[in-house]
Design a protein around this ligand. Structure first.
Ligand code: ADE
Length: 231
C-alpha cells in the first residue's frame, strides 16, 4: 500500500512513521508512506497557504490553490487513482470496520487540515472521503493522520507478526478484548484467573468469550446492540 500524506507539518509525522509497527511495515515493503508539504505549492513569494475568511470572522482559512496543486502532484506520481481522505472533525467517525476497509486500498492520499479550517471548495472539490477520529477538535489533521495510519497499517496482511493478533483486538469482532495476563501468576496478591493456567483450550476460549461480552456490556453497551448479541 502507498500512503501519501499532504501536510504543512511533515516533521510532526516523521518520527511516528519510522517507529514501531508502522516503521517495520515500511521496512518490510508492506507500506510506503510519503509526506508532501503543500506549502511547496503556494503561489506567492511568501508561500502563503491561508488567508482571512470572506465575510469576516476570526482566524485564517486554508486556501484552495496549494492543496489542489499538491493533490494533482501526488496523483501524477503514480499510475492509478488513489482513495482520498480529508481529516476533519466534521467527517464520519473512524471505526475498526472503516480502518479494515481502507487497509485493503492500494493507494491512499490523506489531506491534513490545519489552523481554523479550510476553504469549503477543498471539501467539495477534491472528491475525498471525510473522516474524523472523534468528537473533539485538534489543532490540525497531523495527529489524526498518525491515528488513522496506525489503525490501517497494522491490518495489512503480514504486518503484525501473527495475523491472529489483529483478529483478537478489541472491536475486530464488534466486542472489547478479554483481559490478558502474563507472568507472574501472583503479583502483589492479584492472581491470574485459574482457568488460564488449566491448559484446557476449550475452557479458556469460552472464558475469554464470556469476559469479552461482560466487559463490553459493562463499558460499551452501545457496541452490543450493533453485534446483535442483544436486541
Ligand atoms: N482535525 C481537527 N480535529 C480533527 C478530528 N477530530 N478528526 C480528524 N481531523 C481533525
Amino acid at each position: 500500500m502507498t500512503i501519501d500524506v499532504l501536510t504543512l507539518f511533515p516533521e510532526m509525522l516523521q518520527p511516528f512513521l519510522t517507529a514501531s509497527i508502522v516503521g517495520r511495515a515500511q521496512q518490510a515493503g508492506a507500506a510506503t508512506i510519503r509526506c508532501t508539504n503543500f506549502r511547496d505549492f503556494a503561489e506567492d513569494r511568501h508561500h502563503s497557504v491561508d488567508d482571512r475568511p470572506f465575510g469576516g470572522g476570526p482566524g485564517m482559512v486554508l486556501m484552495c490553490e496549494p492543496v489542489f496543486k499538491a493533490v494533482d502532484y501526488v496523483e501524477s506520481q503514480q499510475e492509478g487513482r488513489p482513495t482520498k481522505i480529508l481529516l476533519t472533525p466534521q467527517g464520519e467517525r473512524l471505526t475498526q470496520p472503516i480502518a479494515a476497509e481502507l487497509s485493503r486500498e492500494p493507494w491512499l492520499v490523506i489531506v491534513c487540515g490545519h489552523y481554523e479550517g479550510f476553504d469549503e471548495r477543498i471539501r467539495t472539490g477534491i472528491g475525498a472521503r471525510e473522516i474524523s477520529i472523534g468528537d473533539f477538535v485538534l489543532s490540525g489533521g497531523e495527529s489524526a493522520a498518525t491515528v488513522l495510519i496506525d489503525a490501517i497499517v497494522r491490518l495489512i496482511p503480514g504486518v503484525l507478526g501473527d495475523d491472529s493478533s489483529a483478529e483478537c483486538d478489541s472491536f475486530s469482532n464488534g466486542l472489547l478484548e478479554y483481559p490478558q495476563y502474563t507472568r507472574p501468576r501472583d503479583f502483589r496478591g492479584m492472581e491470574v484467573p485459574e482457568v488460564l493456567l488449566s491448559g484446557n483450550h476449550e475452557a479458556i476460549a469460552k472464558w475469554r468469550e464470556e469476559q469479552s461480552i461482560l466487559r463490553t456490556a459493562d463499558r460499551r453497551p452501545d457496541l452490543l446492540n450493533r453485534t446483535g448479541l442483544i436486541e
